[in-house]
Write a protein that binds this ligand. Sequence first.
Ligand SMILES: *Cc1c(COP(=O)(O)O)cnc(C)c1O
Length: 401
Amino acid sequence: MQTNRELFDQVMVPNYNPSEVIPVKGKGSRVWDQKGDEYIDFAGGIAVNCLGHCHPALVNALTEQGQRLWHLSNVMTNEPALRLAKKITDATFADKVYFANSGAEANEAALKLARRFALDKHGEDKTQIIAFNKGFHGRTFFTVTVGGQAAYSDGFGPKPADVVHCDYNDLAAFEALISDKTCAVMMEPLQGEGGIISPSKEFVEGVRALCNKHNALLIFDEVQSGVGRTGELYAYQGLNVTPDILTTAKALGGGFPIGAMITTTDIAKHLKVGTHGSTYGGNPLACAVAEAAFDTVNNSEVLAQVKHKEQLFRDGLNIINEKYNVFTEVRGKGLLLGAVLNDSFKDRARDFLVASTKHGLMTLVAGTNVIRFTPSLVIPDEDITAGLARFEMAVSDVVNG
Ligand SMILES: *Cc1c(COP(=O)(O)O)cnc(C)c1O
């Protein structure tokens, strides 16, 4: 069988348009395709592969648990899920964990919990959910409706009701929107898909204060920003603002599908027996891998290295920019970085991605105008230097047509 890009068009639903390159092997921050061509990975599976490819701690956890016990369903609990939940609650504001299989499912649980909490506690008029333009929360119908891009939620018929949006970092607009009818506010503490946009201190602290004033729950979607990505275990820990509910996925499993919604005992108690669930959620195999990833990342040395590696990226990108003048700024935090294109290259982020692939470098875009970098948190410094050299060749190609 020819496993190539043509076969994709024959047998796959056409909702993706993947590259011609088909990787077959990865080790650390290097990946090899079917032809044996090598790539440096600055994409990290979209902020998922926090420890690169085939990290020994994860391979070990997977193979050990794989020979022990794979799946039970939630009729019985299991040791890896219990250990992982204990470690997550010990390291965060939360007392309770609900396991899911993806970011969207973790957010779906958070939104359902917020609605249930408000109904139980405040009555049936408190249903409004506020979220932000350009926000991204997943692709289920509820989460895509809460997400701030109509292009993703339109065209599927009637949407879940009472969801409204305003601009991120616009505290006055938010204040005008929130009221005692607001049940919850969902936000990314650093917008990822929307273009790598950090909240101002005034904004994020103001949102928290207004949620308190109106008895609305603050939900932080840390699906992309969590698990070491910003140099903190969770981004909220660097913001001086604590949410009521937090969702985590992507890097949580280091490449194995898992998500979680975490919260306090007082809020969690509203998801009573039978109100919500998932067949795979808390699966032992996923939790064993996630436990190994969490143990490895939740380490002050690893987190400090993220900040050091951020500086290497920033310095390297600034040097490239001095030569070629393509960016207005490099923004983001830790290893969730975006290079914003200037007017001469407006909306051409994809051209840089394609040119990078030709030079053996995997990158990402965030929207049409930002080149996004979300590499492994433990990418060797040499791979950063080598990858940036390849990126410079790609930039040169685009600049010189
Ligand atoms: C990726 C992402 C999601 C969706 O996660 P899935 O695992 O694809 O369902 C939700 N929120 C944010 C902030 C994300 O970056």
